[in-house]
Design a binder for this molecule. Structure first.
Ligand SMILES: Cc1cc2nc3c(=O)[nH]c(=O)nc-3n(C[C@H](O)[C@H](O)[C@H](O)COP(=O)(O)OP(=O)(O)OC[C@H]3O[C@@H](n4cnc5c(N)ncnc54)[C@H](O)[C@@H]3O)c2cc1C
Length: 380
């Protein structure tokens, strides 16, 4: 759909990402997904395009400016490779970059950000614990002050990129129970007392890694406290907003793949003497998918406009993320129907996207939690 927000710069950025994805990623996604990883070189190649530099100071290797539309364009175009695991592997770092830029000491920023933004090294944000992820205020990992150090104890799980990350932002309890006792820490994996294991046999996102992290008397310097002590909950909540916008854009890209693959298949496949695309039921499925894509895209553009305008529409982002993942669920399911038995075979984008719907609907705030947040933001 045409957008009033399109500019020459954004169109050029979209072209660059689209061409890169088509040439360097899409032809390889089946192999990478089956192998369970992407080559590290891809982090560096796409990092060189500046995709992780938004809102990061130029002195730390960033772009020195932000543009929510370009963030969304990057996530949408990357999702068009048809494998969410690629985006997860590359962008696991994204949710930790912003807290590092905003809250870490200048020494840490100077050391870590150029590595992360360029793609030379990975970073992860670790909030979820084996005991639960939705109720962030109930986290139990502790950080006890001991002289010039904090001592961390506890576990984190489902941490995207966590097996390869060389930098972590970890949430831990430094104070009272509830949301007023949480802080964020910068932790490096060679710290004594830190270990990690991979989560195996996932439903989707095969070519990305997720880790469980273990901290047993893991001592980090007091300077690794990020931001104010006990003010981490708000930072975590604020960080979710741009993660959710990225997930909306990723869902949009995946929906477009479902539509395009369905149209191509329906033009080619003949049943009852005519191509599928000439059967009215199939045409209506195409129309239903297309109208959901248009609606999601329009909503995403309005969110980007508001964010660029200095706002952070928390409730609208939450609702839009639910809307996007519900629409993705619909498009993936209808695309599978149009493909029939062929859709059930491994190695095609529709089958993969269908398996990846649920992680989009759960990660970054589940549909239930986001509906609840939206209603609370209405003052109810
Ligand atoms: C592939 C993958 C990658 C991930 N990457 C990361 C990462 O990089 N970093 C990180 O910190 N976390 C990550 N997560 C964790 C993710 O954020 C959590 O899975 C998510 O927040 C939900 O937490 P949970 O799985 O513990 O579910 P729970 O909190 O146990 O909830 C279970 C179900 O109950 C529902 N529910 C919970 N409370 C309520 C309520 N009050 N009312 C109604 N329904 C409710 C939830 O919506 C959910 O459907 C990842 C998860 C996956 C699967």
């Amino acid at each position: 759909m045409r957008s009033p927000f399109e500019t020459g710069e954004r169109a050029a950025f979209r072209d660059t990402i689209r061409q890169f994805v088509a040439a360097e990623i899409t032809p390889n996604v089946n192999d990478w997904d089956e192998a369970g990883e992407i080559p590290w070189q891809l982090h560096e190649m796409i990092g060189a395009l500046g995709v992780w530099g938004f809102a990061i100071d130029e002195s730390y290797g960033g772009l020195g400016f932000d543009d929510c539309f370009m963030r969304a364009i990057y996530n949408e175009e990357l999702a068009k490779c048809g494998a969410g695991g690629v985006a997860a592997a590359l962008n696991g770092r994204m949710i930790s970059i912003e807290p590092i830029q905003r809250l870490a000491s200048s020494d840490i920023k100077a050391r870590a950000l150029p590595d992360i933004v360029s793609g030379h090294k990975g970073s992860s944000l670790a909030i979820t614990e084996p005991g639960g992820g939705s109720d962030v205020a109930a986290m139990t990992t502790s950080a006890r002050k001991d002289g010039n150090h904090f001592v961390l104890n506890g576990q984190k799980t489902f941490i995207t990129g966590g097996m390869k990350a060389q930098y972590f932002v970890i949430g831990a309890r430094t104070g009272v129970a509830g949301l007023d006792g949480i802080s964020l820490f910068f932790v490096e994996p060679d710290t004594p007392g830190f270990s990690r294991t991979a989560i195996e046999r996932k439903m989707g996102w095969w070519c990305s890694d997720q880790a469980t992290l273990y901290m047993e008397n893991c001592r980090v310097p007091a300077e690794n406290l990020m931001g104010e002590e006990n003010a981490g909950f708000l930072a975590i909540m604020e960080n979710f907003n741009l993660e959710r916008v990225a997930l909306i854009a990723g869902a949009l890209g995946a929906m477009k793949v479902c539509l395009e693959e369905s149209i191509a298949w329906a033009k080619d496949r003949v049943t009852f003497g005519k191509p599928l695309i000439r059967h009215q039921v199939i045409r209506h499925k195409i129309a239903d998918m297309s109208m959901r894509i248009d609606a999601t895209e329009s909503l995403l553009n309005m969110l980007c406009w508001q964010i660029n305008d200095g706002g952070m529409p928390v409730a609208e982002i939450a609702k839009a993320k639910v809307f996007a993942t519900k629409n993705l669920e619909f498009c993936a399911s209808e695309a599978m129907q149009i493909f029939g038995g062929a859709g059930y075979l491994r190695g095609n984008a529709v089958e993969r996207i269908y398996r990846e719907v649920k992680v989009m609907a759960i990660g970054g705030g589940s549909e239930e939690i986001l509906r609840d947040l939206a209603v609370r933001q209405m003052g109810l």
